[in-house]
Structures are given as C-alpha cells and as structure tokens.
Design a protein around this ligand. Structure first.
Ligand code: DC
Length: 216
C-alpha cells in the first residue's frame, strides 16, 4: 500500500504522515527534505537562487541520499547527514524557489520513484499524487487556511526559543503557496482522485484517525 499526501506549507503533512506511518506500519518519506537538502547545497555554494541556469548547473554537485535509521528518515548531502539543518525558514523558502528548476526535480524524482517502487510508503510533498505516485492507493490533499498555518508555525518557532513575527510568517507562507502552485513544472495541486482534508478546525488526533479510516 502506498499513500500520497500533498498540500501547502504548514498544513501539518509531516506531523500527520509520521503518526499515520507508525499506526499503519508504513515508511514515512518526507520529500520536502530532499528539496531542502538541494536548497542547502545551493545556498552554501553562494549561487544566485533566482538564476535558474546557475541553479541547474550547481545542483549537479549535490548528491542527495536517504537512509532510514531507527525508523527515522535521515537525509545525506554528499555523504554528510544534514537532517538537523533542513528545517530553517531560509532553507524552506529557498527550496520553494530551487525546486521549480527542472534539473533539480529530475534529480529528486528518481530517488522518490525508487522508494515508491519498494512499496509500503506514506510520502508527503506537493506533486506526490499527481506526478510521483499517480498510482497511489490513497491520495490525500491536506490543507488549512494560511492564518491557521501561520499560527501553528509561530508556535513551533516560539517553542524553539525564537521570536517570529506573525505577519511575516504569514506573508512567507502565502508567497510560498503562490510559488509552489504557479510554477510550470509539477505545481502543487489536488489530484483528481485525492480526498480533501481541511485541518483548520481539527486536532492532530482527529486528522490521523480520519486518514487511517480512509485507508482501511
Ligand atoms: O514540504 P516542505 O516545506 O519541506 O517543502 C519545501 C519546498 O520544497 C516546498 O516549498 C516546495 C518543494 N517541494 C516540492 O516542490 N515538491 C515536493 N514533493 C516537496 C517539496
């Protein structure tokens, strides 16, 4: 059984997918982390992220690999475990820009397909139900209002001791939605056969129960 979960930034995809994976005995595959690893490489190389040709050229030097250690996905960039560095705001926002470059997507696509072909995965991202696993057994489009998503992100950053400004976080989220939904290649969109789950007024447990029951 393969499950695809797509949706915009901050909809709770990774939290929900991790819990569902545990309940259903599936492997959780976080595809955003793969794009974030390439973004980290591009950022550290000093490449102008808005220069698509330069990004396409630069990403050739980024070898991304995934390993499952104690049931947790670790992301390796050119042999180093970079998992702990991928969640920063700058890396996520850069990934939204660099992931629109076809050469970046081609590189990550084969890694994702390899994992999908092994089966038994719950994979989250933007184009999983539409492009990466069009044959998934269950497809979920997980969303929430940008207001709610920004509030959740602010709480998450505050818990890490940071002092985020709500309006700035909301603006970043809306810009990221726009970029992810309007890019030419593999834009974020609900697959025709995906089930829409709006988590704005739902608890984490309610969402997990709903998805698990949809998979029965
Ligand atoms: O899910 P995330 O926030 O970790 O993703 C970071 C960025 O990576 C997102 O803004 C767009 C890109 N991405 C993508 O284009 N396709 C995916 N399947 C997953 C992420």
């Amino acid at each position: 059984m393969n499950i695809a979960i797509d949706g915009p930034a901050g909809a709770g995809k990774s939290t929900i997918a991790k819990l569902c994976a545990k309940k259903m005995g599936l492997v959780y595959v976080d595809t955003g982390a793969m794009y974030r690893a390439v973004a980290l490489y591009v950022l550290e190389s000093g490449t102008d992220i808005n220069d698509r040709e330069a990004v396409a050229d630069c990403c050739k030097g980024a070898s991304v690999d995934i390993k499952y250690e104690d049931g947790v996905q670790n992301v390796y960039l050119n042999g180093s475990n970079v998992t702990g560095r991928l969640r920063e705001e700058a890396v996520g926002n850069t990934a939204s820009v660099t992931s629109a470059v076809p050469e970046v997507r081609a590189q990550i696509f084969s890694l994702q397909r390899g994992l999908a072909e092994r089966g038994g995965v719950i994979m989250d991202g933007r184009d999983i139900g539409t492009v990466v696993m069009p044959d998934a057994d269950v497809k979920i489009f997980l969303t929430a209002s940008s207001e709610v998503r920004a509030k959740r992100r602010v709480l998450e950053l505050e818990a890490k001791g940071e002092h985020p400004v709500f309006e700035e976080i909301k603006k970043d989220i809306e810009e990221r939605d726009h970029r992810d939904m309007t890019r030419k290649i593999s834009p974020l969109k609900q697959a025709d056969d995906a089930i829409l789950v709006d988590t704005s007024d739902m608890t984490i447990d309610e969402v997990v129960d709903k998805i698990c029951s949809l998979c029965e």
